[in-house]
Design a protein around this ligand. Sequence first.
Ligand code: GLY
Length: 326
Amino acid sequence: MSKIKIKSGTGFAGLKIQLMKYRQIYMVCDRNVSEYARKISTSYPLLQIDATEERKNMDQVLEICRWLLSQGADRGAMVLAIGGGVTTDLVGFAASIYMRGVRYANVPTTLLGQVDAGIGGKTGVNFQSYKNMLGVIRQPEFTWIVSDTLKTLPPKQFYSGAAELLKTFIIKDPHSYEDAVSVLSTTKELDSLKPLIARAAKIKASIVSRDENEKGLRRVLNLGHTWGHAIEWYQRTHPGTGDFSHGEAVAIGIIQAAVKSEELKLASPGLSDKLKADFAACGLPTQLPFPIEELQEAMHKDKKSEDSAINYVLIRRIGKVTVKKI
Ligand code: GLY
């Protein structure tokens, strides 16, 4: 059982103290959040990257490795990833292969990063139009959640993270789910969200620490991702058809999972209607936007398919999910 370390604070003070433990620190940040990197330090070397899904590829990983080499980073290096899920995935992967692996830590600056992508050690890049097709699982030294970074988060990214927050509570915590719906459908205040973010991060860490390599339990975290990844694949391969964020695609996928769970009589009737109403109130999409046959084709190619079966995460009730091979 691996220990997943998550720390949090409103600002950067605690993180700065933590970093004093390391001899060689290299910061890699999403260009859009370089102000946060500078708040952490003006003296650590800093590389700014374009952290977009289109540029989440091996070229960019090699660029980070080239930069580390040019800076003289050796096996004692510690690489700090500052940004959203694309940044932490790219930097974590580069750190995992540079000199056969150096330490890295995540400072996720998006809601999605703070409750999901920045925790649990999944790193990697997109390949041949499939998401996260190449990568490794390697735990960061720690994930440091700085809630102030959410103050400047664009709405689209906020909703993307909101979906993953709700997903986590549908998996494990019905009370927090209701609390989250109540905050997200009304004020969206950061002060009310902070304890929910901490709770979701803790749930994720606890699941990952029991099944780091996704052989069983961790699969529950893919709730909504079977359809979600297919929606993302469709809009990548059919430019101009849609602009759903990862979380929005996952939200639609969760509704599909609820519908399927009712069809299979795993869930009581009404679950999907409740989730639809909650998600809509929180500003999330709920309807499948593309032809079902084409989405099904993408699903079979998704890396979550094993021996031509899909590990489909179904919902028994809010707070309890189950994985079935379909
Ligand atoms: N995002 C799902 C996981 O980390 O397993």
